[in-house]
Write a protein that binds this ligand. Structure first.
Ligand SMILES: [Zn+2]
Length: 441
């Protein structure tokens, strides 16, 4: 295992970004720094505890010391309304650097060595998701639509995530917020956001080192050419309904023997036998216009051998060469995108996301600033999960995610810990874990 990424290093990346943000306040009203406000909100998400700050204020009153200070470097904890006022005017674009600093630390430590997909490339999934909706609360950056003659306010974001076929966890990258200027249709909005993300970040990676994964909504000429220009590969879900020209060509090829290749593999999945049928063809037009590009196409259909029932089907367009050797890799890479839904962001969407309750919606950027901090908290847990043996051992021992966070909440409510390392080591010893995995600070 490579060099461990320390909690303090993660925090200093995030603090650094807040320290560099321009001061938006005028006059003498600067009792709390922007950094303190930012780190306080980060702490709430990192601990997945909406009442973390309230408990630490109580601890401060009773004992003169508290965990927000010792763990997160917050000397004075702002009230919820102060926190809202301090964070609301901040442009979340100022918080992009910690994502890349943490990613680079993981990369430099060798912790992403197993995060590779087809042809040894790094797989980055881009996926749009709505993270706020309301018929009442709204701000100047809400997208406004009308449903049943009522205004409907929402915020959406394009999440960028590193995933890999054999890895259970995903690593969050800098997000791209979808703005009201991006348009009304889901498709337009997501396309604009994806373009911005690619243009801004493609140069961070060596030419040809990345494969972008995205759904059918993005499988079209503009994105394929954009990625080509920026030397990024792609594997994009490709459905018949949205790719008439490509599927017409496939129908024609089906008449020609050998034009579409089929490969059948049987595999055990638990006690059941499955038949995996791969089909592929190269050089098909992504659209019917004269101005088009040719893509390679493959699909996987899985059947239960006993019943012949179809269990799974999906098809993709890619610029990677498709042949008998590469097709399983391409399909495995394309399918790993589903981990983002299953593993990562269900947690973000359904749990640990309580901030409307504490802070309201804000007038300007609060919603996206808080979501950025939530993603950073998620990334910090992933970074420790990939690189810190003590953290790994504690998480493994506690099993369910919920148990780990319940324990963090309870411990930090009643006990003072002088550092994150001391908190983690305390859990480690109380769980009677073997001394080998205890990493020295
Ligand atoms: Zn809003």
């Amino acid at each position: 295992m490579g060099k461990r990424v320390k909690f303090q290093e993660l925090l200093s990346s995030i603090r650094g970004a807040f320290d560099r943000l321009p001061e938006h306040r005028r006059g003498q009203n600067t009792r709390y720094s922007l950094t303190e406000a930012g780190m306080s909100a980060f702490a709430v998400f990192y601990m997945q505890s909406p009442s973390f700050l309230a408990h630490q204020r109580d601890m401060q009153r009773q004992r003169g010391q508290h965990n927000a200070q010792s763990l997160f470097g917050v000397e004075k904890i702002p009230s919820d309304s102060q926190l809202r006022n301090l964070l609301d005017p901040l442009d979340p674009a100022g918080l992009q650097s910690p994502f890349w600093e943490i990613y680079e630390r993981l990369e430099a430590g060798g912790h992403l060595a197993d995060y590779t997909g087809v042809a040894g490339t790094r797989l980055i999934s881009l996926d749009g998701t709505q993270y706020f909706k309301s018929q009442k609360l709204h701000c100047s950056n809400c997208r406004t639509t009308v449903r049943d003659e009522q205004p409907y306010y929402s915020h959406a974001v394009m999440l960028a995530v590193v995933c890999a076929p054999d890895q259970d966890h995903v690593v969050c990258l800098e997000p791209e917020f979808i703005t009201p200027q991006d348009g009304h249709e889901k498709q337009d909005c997501e396309q604009q956001a994806t373009k911005r993300w690619v243009k801004r970040n493609a140069e961070r990676f060596a030419p040809g080192a990345v494969t972008i994964l995205a759904d059918d909504l993005h499988c079209h000429y503009p994105l394929c050419t954009l990625l080509q220009q920026h030397h990024m590969h792609y594997i994009l879900t490709c459905k018949p309904a949205s790719h008439a020209a490509l599927y017409e060509e496939l129908l024609l090829l089906e008449q020609v023997s050998g034009a579409i290749t089929t490969q059948v593999v049987e595999k055990w999945r638990g006690p059941h036998r499955e038949r995996w049928v791969y089909r592929w063809a190269e050089q098909l037009p992504i659209r019917g216009d004269l101005d088009t590009i040719m893509v390679n196409w493959c699909e996987l259909t899985i059947f239960a051998v006993e019943t012949d029932e179809q269990l799974y089907h999906c098809a993709w367009a890619t610029d990677h060469p498709v042949n008998a050797q590469t097709v399983p890799e391409i399909v495995a890479s394309g399918r790993s995108r589903w981990k983002v839904e299953n593993e990562g962001f269900n947690v973000l969407k359904n749990r640990g996301y309580h901030f409307e309750h504490n802070y309201g919606h804000g007038q300007q950027h609060l919603s996206s600033v808080l979501l950025t901090l939530l993603l950073l908290a998620f990334l910090c847990h992933s970074a420790l999960g990939l690189s810190c043996p003590t953290y790994q051992a504690v998480r493994r021992e506690l099993g369910a995610r919920r148990t780990f966070f319940n324990d963090l909440r309870t411990l930090t409510r009643y006990f003072y810990f002088p550092s994150w390392q001391r908190l983690l080591t305390f859990m480690y010893h109380q769980l009677d874990l073997p001394p080998e995995a205890l990493s020295v600070n």
